[in-house]
Design a protein around this ligand. Structure first.
Ligand code: NDP
Ligand code: 13P
Length: 342
């Protein structure tokens, strides 16, 4: 692999993950521009070297520069990472493409699915910038732990081997290791789906579930999400890697996960609206749940955990009734992607 020289990196979206990834690239001595829409947050970074709204207490490297001007942020970028929530993704990229240099690589950091089209973020990038190489980063990557330089690993997925290798070099450092995977669809789908199961686990923890229960939920979640994604074309092996089981474990275990906290607060008795307001940041799993529930019906894929959470959140069904339904479904084999248990 050839050594990557200093490259201009731009990250679109100054939330927790955009800021954390921008800081890693800056730590690796690349000049980094972090584009955001809030003047207050940009000033905060310039003056205090921190993003107090999303990553309070973490010092940002000096060669990370905030910007409010999309054109100048993107104009001479080699790598453009997009880290805005999925509901804003298309609009932000639509505005960006007019300024993109011809050889710029586009990489999504977003873990969600576009409503109505059911497109993943890389598919939106392909739609809007068909001549550009596209990639996706996904894995067990809680933003605060990355900002804290805790040892973490992730996956860069792209059909382009050159892009995969470049991004591996761009972001790898002593606390962050980047693996490659050509299965862009599987990696991206895994990142979107695991948010649903984090909500379920958070809810179950708030209701006092035992450790056996958590292990059963996580494992059956993995079977369910793989079954769904494989039906749509993903490689099942991807789900045994960092972007699959890795991200599922961390998001179903940590209070740092916003999706897990949504479930936890609902388990404590809040309404969905109250839980979202309390978190005040992006929790993609809520919208993903609605879309996947509908798509599972359309495709005829068996997804009892998705169905159960949907019934609890959107149809006011009591958790006890859903749990007892899950435990009395048809008995099935364990280790098989198309199994129908739980
Ligand atoms: N946080 C994490 O640990 C991880 C997050 N991700 C994924 O990254 C994506 C982004 O999440 P994250 O950074 O955590 O989210 P946050 O909620 O922390 O921040 C969202 C950011 O997007 C900005 N934004 C929202 N809408 C727009 C818009 N229309 N135009 C411009 N900027 C906009 C917000 O700006 P403003 O402040 O002005 O509203 C804010 O800077 C999500 O899909 C998430 O799943 C992936 C891995 C880890
Ligand atoms: O994707 C994440 C960790 O990999 C972050 O999860 P949340 O969006 O639930 O905080």
């Amino acid at each position: 692999m050839t050594q990557l020289t200093s490259s201009k990196v731009t990250v679109l979206g100054g939330g927790s993950f955009g800021t954390a990834v921008a800081n890693i690239a800056a730590l690796n001595h690349h000049p980094v521009t972090l584009w955001m829409r809030s003047e207050k947050q940009a000033d905060d970074i310039l003056q205090n070297r921190q993003n107090s709204r999303y990553l309070p207490g973490y010092r940002l490297v000096d060669n990370l520069t905030p910007s409010l001007d999309l054109e100048s942020a993107v104009r001479d970028a080699h790598y453009v990472f997009v880290a805005v929530p999925s509901k804003a993704f298309r609009a932000v990229v639509e505005e960006t493409v007019q300024y993109l240099p011809a050889n710029a690589r586009l990489i999504s950091l977003t873990k969600g699915i576009e409503p109505t089209s059911f497109k993943l973020m890389s598919q939106i990038l392909h739609d809007l910038a068909p001549k550009h190489d596209v990639g996706v980063i996904s894995g067990p990557n809680l933003a605060k732990e990355i900002a804290d330089n805790q040892i973490s690993a992730t996956v860069i997925a792209s059909y382009s081997q050159a892009l995969r290798q470049e991004v591996q070099q761009l972001l790898s450092c002593p606390s962050f290791r980047v693996y490659g995977n050509p299965d862009i669809y599987g990696v991206e789908m895994a990142g979107a789906l695991k948010n649903i199961y984090a909500i379920i686990t958070g809810l179950a923890v708030a209701l006092g579930m035992a450790e056996n229960t958590r292990a059963a939920i996580i494992t059956r979640s993995l079977a369910e999400m793989s079954r769904f994604a494989v039906r749509l074309g993903a490689n099942p092996m991807t789900f045994l890697g960092l972007a699959g089981v890795g991200d599922l474990i961390v998001t179903c275990s940590s209070q740092l996960s916003r999706n897990y906290r949504v479930g936890y607060y609902i388990g404590e008795g809040m309404t969905l609206k109250q839980a979202i307001k309390k978190i005040g940041e992006t929790a993609e799993g809520i919208n993903t749940l609605r879309m996947v529930n509908e798509k599972a019906d359309e495709l005829g894929v068996y997804m009892p955990l998705v169905k159960g959470l949907y019934a609890i959140i959107y149809q006011d069904m009591p958790v006890k009734e859903i749990a007892s339904r899950l435990m009395s479904g048809d008995l099935a084999e364990d280790v098989e992607f198309m199994s129908v248990g739980m």
